[in-house]
Structures are given as structure tokens and as C-alpha cells.
Ligand binder design. Structure first.
Ligand SMILES: Cc1ncc(COP(=O)(O)O)c(C=O)c1O
Length: 464
């Protein structure tokens, strides 16, 4: 740990005072922040440290994003060197790190893609919607293809369009109404099937619902379908193996683009570089963020298959170019850091490590936690894991929100940060884990140990 990690009550006090008087925080209630007062001043590997000297195992990798782990000082060096050489020029011109990053991504995707750079996952999806619509204008001039088919309980970002595409009522309702071009279908949340069916006798009816919806809306009005391969925010919903290939087939049948949101899933998290690669599908549009740079600097991207990219080519007078610009898109320092971040992932085989460590962790969680009647389902792929809590396994009634919060607090008091799902009352009862891909076996053991105790404690408080 660096010097800044030495506990300094004075610094801590000053930060808290300055912050509470001047800063508005995302999603947390300020009253809660006043009580919790976490001031993170250092981090290394999978551990973060508060200004009061308390260390925590961060089993959420920040916001599901610090894939290569904290404290990689060589990335700071790279950012500094790039800033000294050439800090910024708009991406209407070219720059070396962004070109390298584009090539890296294209190689990881098999060589048939171009990349458009933005600054966040929300913007990556937003650019995806626009690219799908503009593509449809070019390729189907007689149609009016503007709709996106999305899933209930999905999360695709925080802008108005990505919120509209999302299906989390509690995140959306304060900003309503939205324009009506996002049409929702049931999600493959198999533990609580929205169609009341069971796999495999369901024959993956939720995928078929996409076809019925395209037919109902009229294929000539539908531009794309957006899916997060393994839905993260709703509590880690791993779809049946057939689901994504079926969705792809439906998209192809109706000339609808397949837009894959790999903002959390991508860059090794699920045990492959990209989660869609588990299912052998080939997205037309892919949004990436978070793990692309392990959150060392902000950069994200919309990756577009060449069959779509080619539609944007023409003479200047044809005006087929992408009709948007981002001031910071392709930022040289962020791109340079992302390039090295991906190299580190490949050198240290972090996707493979996520697969192995994920198997170990999921196995250990199943063995230890299923002893508690309030653990309904332990699921995940790689190091993307959900532990769904219920009052009892037979009824599957969601564990009361306060008790789920209590599990998180119990873990935090013992130096472990875990997360929980969102998505409204029906889907907020899952403890989620998304640790850095460098998490060690002994850290996994600590995590299981602490969760075991936290869940045992919650079990004693359940009212049946
Ligand atoms: C699946 C998914 N898509 C998009 C986003 C939005 O990314 P950002 O917060 O970088 O805008 C998130 C954020 O958590 C996400 O989980």
C-alpha cells in the first residue's frame, strides 16, 4: 500500500466535511452516506482501504469493473507518458493508442469489426441504438425501422434512452414518460420464470417471445434486439444454452440487428474474453466499457460488425458517416491505458483464471450456503455470481429487503464488500459478487466464510 493509505483522521474529517457540504452522490441516499462515511484512499489487488485504515476485500471490483485488480502503477506511468506526448486531439482525426485499441478489440472479436469510442457503458449502448437506426435508414429505406426490442429487468445504462431500454421499474419511474420505441419482452430469469414455465419443458419460450414481438410490431419497424448475455444487475441470470443462439436466429430471420451489451460481461468476467463467446453467437453491435480499461480511466466503445460498418461508407456528399461526435471519444491517455490493460489480461490469462476461480468459488458457495434454508439459488459463470435469498426454498418468497441489506452490512463490518441486485421488489433479493479477476483462493475462502456467517445471521431473523 502506498503512503496515502496511512490512517489520517484529519484528512478523513476534512474530506467528509467538504464532501457532505458540496457533493451530490449517485444512487446512495445521503442520509446513509452520512452514517457510513467511507473515504477510499488506497487499493491494491482485490483490497481497498479507507482513510481510517480499515481494509476491505472488494468482492464487487468497484462497480463490477476493476477486472485486473487495483494498484497497477504501470498504468499510471502509461497515462502520464501519453499525456506528455499528446494529451488530446478530437477523434475526427486519428491517434496511435485508439488505433491500437481498435485493432486489439477486432483481433479479440475474430477480425470482422470496427470500433467507435465513447466514454461510458451508457453511451456505448446509446451509440449502438443510433447506429442500428442509421443503418436501417441506409439499408431499408422503404421501411421505418426504429424500434429496439429489450428485456424486462435489464439494465443498459443511465441516459434516457438506455433507461427506456432497461426494464428496471424502480430505476425508471422517476423520469417517465419515455418515448415508446423500446419494446420489452420477458427475460430468461429462469429461477423465477416470468412465463411461469420450467426449463427444459419451456422450450425456451422467452426467446420465442422475441419473434412473436417482432411479428406483432411489424418487422419493418424493428431495428435491433438488445441483450446482455448474462444479465448482471437483476441478480446474475445465466440463460439456458439455447437462448442466445435462438435470439440470433430470430434476428437473422427478420434482418434485425443483434446488439449485445458486454459492459459488465466483457473482458474476462465470465471466463471468456466476451460472454457471447460461450454461446457461439456473432453480434452486429457490441457495447463494452468497465473491463476494457478496468476503470483506470474512463473509456468505452461500440463495436460494430463490418457488414454494419460498411453501410456507413460512401462519398462525403452521401452523408452516410456516423452522425454523432463525442469530445472525449478515443481519448489517447485512456486508450493507451486500455491497450495495456488488455495486454495484462492476455499475459496473465485472466479470462481463464476467472473461469477456474469462478468454478472454485461457485462450488464452495454451493457447498457452504445451501445448508441455509434461505439460500434459494447459487448461480453464475466465471466470476459473475448471484446468491438468491428467500424465506424458504419451497415457497421461493423473496427475503425481505432489510434482511438482504443486513447481509451486506454484516459482511462490510467484517471487511468484505458484496453487492445486491436491483430490479424492483421481485428481483432485489440476490447478493451479487463480481470480484477482481485476480482474486486469490484464500480471498475466495474468506468471502465464503463471511457470507456463510452473514446468511446464518439473517436466517435467525426471518419471520415465517
Ligand atoms: C449491463 C450494463 N450496461 C450498461 C451500463 C452502463 O454503464 P455506465 O455506468 O458506464 O454508463 C451498466 C452499468 O453498470 C451495465 O451494468
Amino acid at each position: 500500500m502506498s503512503q496515502t493509505n496511512q490512517p489520517d483522521p484529519e484528512v478523513r474529517k476534512r474530506v467528509v466535511e467538504q464532501d457532505l457540504a458540496n457533493v451530490m452522490h449517485p444512487i446512495v441516499q445521503h442520509k446513509a452516506l452520512e452514517k457510513a462515511q467511507m473515504v477510499v484512499t488506497g487499493a491494491q489487488g482485490s483490497t481497498i482501504v479507507d482513510a481510517d485504515g480499515t481494509t476491505y476485500l472488494d468482492a464487487m471490483a468497484g462497480l463490477w469493473c476493476v477486472n485486473i485488480g487495483y494498484g497497477r502503477t504501470e498504468l499510471a506511468q502509461i497515462a502520464a507518458e501519453q499525456m506528455q506526448q499528446m494529451a488530446y486531439y478530437p477523434h475526427t482525426a486519428m491517434n496511435l493508442p485508439a488505433a491500437q485499441l481498435g485493432q486489439q478489440i477486432n483481433t479479440l472479436m475474430g477480425g470482422d469489426y470496427h470500433t467507435y469510442f465513447v466514454n461510458s457503458g451508457s453511451e456505448a449502448n446509446e451509440a449502438g441504438f443510433k447506429i442500428a437506426r442509421q443503418y436501417a435508414k441506409h439499408e431499408f429505406p422503404g421501411d421505418f425501422r426504429f424500434k429496439t426490442i429489450a428485456r424486462y429487468y435489464a439494465y443498459h445504462g443511465t441516459t434516457l434512452a438506455t433507461l427506456a431500454a432497461g426494464g428496471m421499474g424502480e430505476r425508471k419511474m422517476k423520469f417517465e414518460p419515455y418515448a415508446g420505441e423500446f419494446i420489452h419482452v420477458p427475460a430468461p430469469t429462469c429461477y423465477r420464470c416470468p412465463l411461469g414455465l420450467e426449463y427444459p419443458s419451456c422450450k425456451v419460450a422467452c426467446a420465442k417471445a422475441i419473434e412473436t414481438t417482432i411479428q406483432g410490431e411489424g418487422p419493418q419497424t424493428v431495428a435491433e434486439v438488445i441483450v446482455e448475455p448474462i444479465m448482471s444487475g437483476v441478480g446474475v441470470a445465466v440463460p439456458p444454452d439455447e437462448y442466445l443462439p435462438m435470439v440470433e436466429e430470430i434476428c437473422r430471420k427478420y434482418d434485425v440487428l443483434l446488439h449485445v451489451d458486454e459492459v459488465i460481461n466483457g473482458f474476462g468476467r465470465t471466463g471468456k474474453m466476451f460472454a457471447h463467446q460461450h454461446y457461439n453467437i456473432s453480434p452486429d453491435i457490441m457495447a463494452v466499457a468497465k473491463g476494457i480499461v478496468s476503470a483506470y480511466l474512463p473509456i468505452a466503445a461500440t463495436v460494430v460488425k463490418n457488414s454494419v460498418f460498411n453501410s456507413f461508407l460512401g462519398e462525403v456528399a452521401d452523408a452516410r458517416q456516423v452522425m454523432q461526435v463525442n469530445t472525449y471519444g478515443g481519448h489517447p491517455a485512456a486508450a493507451a491505458v486500455a491497450v495495456r490493460n488488455i495486454e495484462i489480461m492476455l499475459e496473465e490469462q485472466l479470462p481463464e483464471r476467472a473461469a477456474t476461480m469462478g468454478d472454485y468459488l461457485i462450488g464452495a458457495l454451493k457447498e457452504r450456503l445451501y445448508r441455509h434454508e434461505i439460500v434459494g439459488d447459487v448461480r453464475g459463470k466465471g466470476l459473475l455470481i448471484g446468491i438468491e435469498l428467500v424465506t424458504d426454498r419451497a415457497s421461493k418468497t423473496q427475503l425481505e429487503s432489510g434482511l438482504v441489506g443486513g447481509v451486506l452490512e454484516f459482511c462490510k463490518q467484517r471487511g468484505v464488500i458484496v453487492g445486491r441486485s436491483g430490479g424492483g421488489a421481485r428481483h432485489s433479493n440476490t447478493v451479487v459478487l463480481s470480484p477482481p479477476l485476480v482474486i486469490t483462493r484464500s480471498e475466495c475462502d474468506t468471502l465464503v466464510e463471511v457470507l456463510d456467517k452473514a446468511i446464518a445471521d439473517a436466517a435467525t431473523k426471518v419471520r415465517r
